[in-house]
Design a protein around this ligand. Sequence first.
Ligand SMILES: [Zn+2]
Length: 109
Amino acid sequence: MATNIKSRIRRDDEVVVIAGRDKGARGKVIRIISADNRVLVSKINMIKRHTRQTPNSAGGIIEKEAPIAISNVQFYCSNCDGGVRLGAKQLEDGRKVRTCRKCGEVLDR
Ligand SMILES: [Zn+2]
């Protein structure tokens, strides 16, 4: 849902995990899976996958990210040094930017 506040997290945002196995860990959003309300975050929720041997690769175990619920991550504000909720404000030039609700910092450049 576009109006969902959680959907304000975007690709390349730095987020902090607030629940689950990787609680407290930080990573960059690789992909948003909006249909599932899930996100793929670098180095978060790593799973081991066994790959079969093919002519091009030796096969073996590879580690890759698995999606986590978007509600389990919060935007990371470097000013607050932690996960924060996002606000929004309109700049004088009409641009809408995201802000940190805690410190008020504009998070979009
Ligand atoms: Zn902040």
